[in-house]
Design a protein. Sequence first.
Length: 364
Amino acid sequence: MKAGIVGLPNVGKSTLFNCLSNAKAQSANYPFCTIEPNVGVVNVPDPRLAKLEELVKPEKVIPATVEIVDIAGLVKGASKGEGLGNQFLGNIRETDAILHVLRCFDNDNVVHVDGSVDPIRDKETIDIELQLKDLETVEKKLDKVGRAARTGNKEAQAEADTLEKVKKELEAGISVRAVELEENAREEFIKPLQLITDKPVMYVCNVDENSAVDGNAHVDRVKEAVKNEDAEVLVLAVGTEADITELDDYEERQMFLADIGLDEPGSAKLIRSAYKLLNQQTYFTAGEKEVRAWTVTVGATAPQAAGVIHTDFEKGFIRAEVIKYEDFVSYGSESKVREAGKLGVEGKGYIVQDGDVMHFLFNV
């Protein structure tokens, strides 16, 4: 599962990517600094993992991860191929969620591709390009489906009706994720098209250091503009975060954060938010060899969770032993949880909950 960082040139995308992944994507004060998408595998900060390590004392600890892709800056006309647009739009299509970075800071030393700072205009520029690309995809599909619908094929007619509705909304400047559709119609007719504006989105407001806690007028405008969208808005002082990641000493980093009023790096909040945006959650395995965080989709069953470890675990699944994280911490060990009768034995229909500590029994 991948989250793609998008935005206009020079809004702080590559600097943010560097903060998140510790990779050193080129970052410079001019457009098209990033041409090939950089990909970083980022650890998901989770204090529960540290607590389990403290209790179990394993040989190693392995966190959950999320993949972040830094995609080159889009410009007006990208949907028609301007500024390497087709390549960039193709890169976005391959991601599962979008982190849309908006410049919400004033600094005459950092040039803006449009000459002034206006996050709402920037958002609309990106939205229009993505919507135009989706419109092109929908029209092509509608052309094919329409022919079948005209022969009286009822399923084709239902698909054509759905596509017509989406087409009309896109033409009105509304992203697909905001279009009200029947759940089965979205899953059956829209999801297979991998439309860019159907992907979940989080807006990252890149602010100056003084606005890291409370935001600023630019951020207020963004929140007002997206209030009707199903989207999160995160405030992040990307340049400051970059300075923090350069510090090797943990105490120095904590002092730096405290000075600007933060209890943890904003990048940690962003990674956790991206993880949720991708509809992911964590379960744990805990033993002397390792304590490990495993990633599953929200709503996954116990056999599906077992399959994340190995496909044989899912094929030969018998049952799962499940300890709630809070019980593990409260009693202090697996054996004490068993003694207290708090260990659950679950079958194939069990829906995994975030934070479950699990052990699988299987036979192949």
